[in-house]
Design a protein around this ligand. Structure first.
Ligand code: 13P
Ligand code: SF4
Length: 354
């Protein structure tokens, strides 16, 4: 939707007043009306890295979701304040693994006698508590752009991986990139006793996948891939690795949001693309590349925006910037010291991946 010109002007004025004191980060899934004010845009890996790149900025306004703001707080100094324009911008996938459930899972692995062989690898899309658990148990964080390297690293440290919380990214990476079979993977269901697994199943598994998923990407289906191929002959199907395994297996290309953008930048004029990721990004890319003669469509018209990403809108951004410009610190995201210490260990292992 076109932005309200008054709000655009107010955001501009407040940002100008704040000057170098504010640094605005925008995830690729943010609305156009918000993204226009981002100093840096990126996927979750790039934003985690860039958050620490402006130590002189007192405020980091994170236009994204809660776990991203937490990660930015963990990776920046105490004097830098990370602000999330709407505190209700969470992530349903991150909410699928709580600290209590993961502690219980570790007990199950310990009782099965395998905990010592297990290295936790947690997707960036997880709470600071889960990142701290990961750091404490010798594991690393990964994002969709470095999951393969993270898994290779983990299998050098131990012979099993507990992958949290996105079963699809875990399975897709293990099978597509590491050449494992589907039988090497089991799914741990936190709502069932012992995760719904027998001791023998746990002992035989290489990848123990947490039963979490993205409510947006989980809705793309094999049928939508087949339909688009029929509708648009010669179409290239490009999907995010949070999609189900059968969708990823049927696609031509798979990658993070940053990968998707680069692939389309490099695509020749006249090429046709169906993209399976969040709608704000797909629309922006379709508009951006249409003049170059690249036809870009959304993989499945029944899939919607990520509702929590969309909570950050121009009114929330204006309120945030104006509050900060008036010296009122609002919506600060602050991870407690102990959690931060261990979560940082896990994040730094990711940043140091070869
Ligand atoms: P990336 O930006 O790492 O591709 O992640 C996608 C996502 O779902 C973020 O919430
Ligand atoms: Fe979470 Fe999925 Fe939304 Fe990303 S797109 S923030 S994983 S619900």
């Amino acid at each position: 939707s076109p932005s309200d010109p008054d709000l655009v002007e107010r955001a501009r004025a407040a940002k100008e007043k704040l000057g170098d004191k504010v640094f605005v980060l925008g995830h690729h899934y943010q609305r156009d009306e918000v993204i226009q004010f981002a100093d840096v845009t990126g996927d979750s890996f790039k934003l985690a890295r860039d958050a620490a790149a402006r130590p002189e900025a007192e405020y980091i306004v994170f236009c994204g979701v809660h776990f991203m703001a937490e990660s930015a707080d963990i990776l920046t100094g105490d004097e830098q304040k990370v602000v999330l324009p709407d505190l209700a911008a969470g992530c349903s996938m991150a909410d699928m693994a709580t600290a209590e459930q993961v502690a219980e899972c570790w007990d199950v692995l310990t009782e099965a006698g395998i905990a010592e062989q297990v290295v936790p690898v947690s997707y960036m899309n997880s709470s600071a508590d889960i990142k701290a658990f990961t750091g404490k148990h010798g594991g690393t964080i990964c994002t969709s752009s470095n999951a393969e390297r993270a898994l290779n690293w983990a299998f050098e440290q131990g012979d099993k991986v507990l992958f949290l919380p996105d079963q699809h990214l875990g399975r897709n990476t293990a099978v597509r990139d590491l050449g494992m079979s589907l039988e090497d993977c089991v799914v741990y269901n936190p709502h069932k006793p012992n995760g719904g697994l027998t001791v023998d199943e746990l002992r035989a598994a290489k990848m123990i996948l947490w039963r979490g998923h993205c409510s947006v990407h989980g809705r793309f289906s094999l049928e939508s891939v087949n339909d688009v191929r029929e509708r648009i002959p010669g179409v290239n199907v490009l999907v995010h690795p949070e999609c189900k395994h059968e969708v990823v297996a049927a696609a031509d290309y798979v990658g993070s949001t940053e990968y998707i953008i680069k692939a389309l930048e490099a695509a020749p004029a006249g090429s046709k693309w169906a993209i399976g990721t969040e709608l704000n990004l797909v629309r922006r890319l379709a508009n951006r590349f249409a003049p170059e003669g690249k036809e870009i469509v959304f993989l499945d018209k029944t899939v919607c925006f990520c509702s929590t990403m969309n909570r950050i809108d121009l009114p929330h951004l204006v309120w945030t910037l104006e509050s900060l410009a008036e010296g009122r610190l609002v919506n600060r995201i602050e991870v407690d010291r102990e959690t931060e210490q261990f979560a940082k260990l896990a994040l730094e292992r990711m940043l140091a991946l070869p």
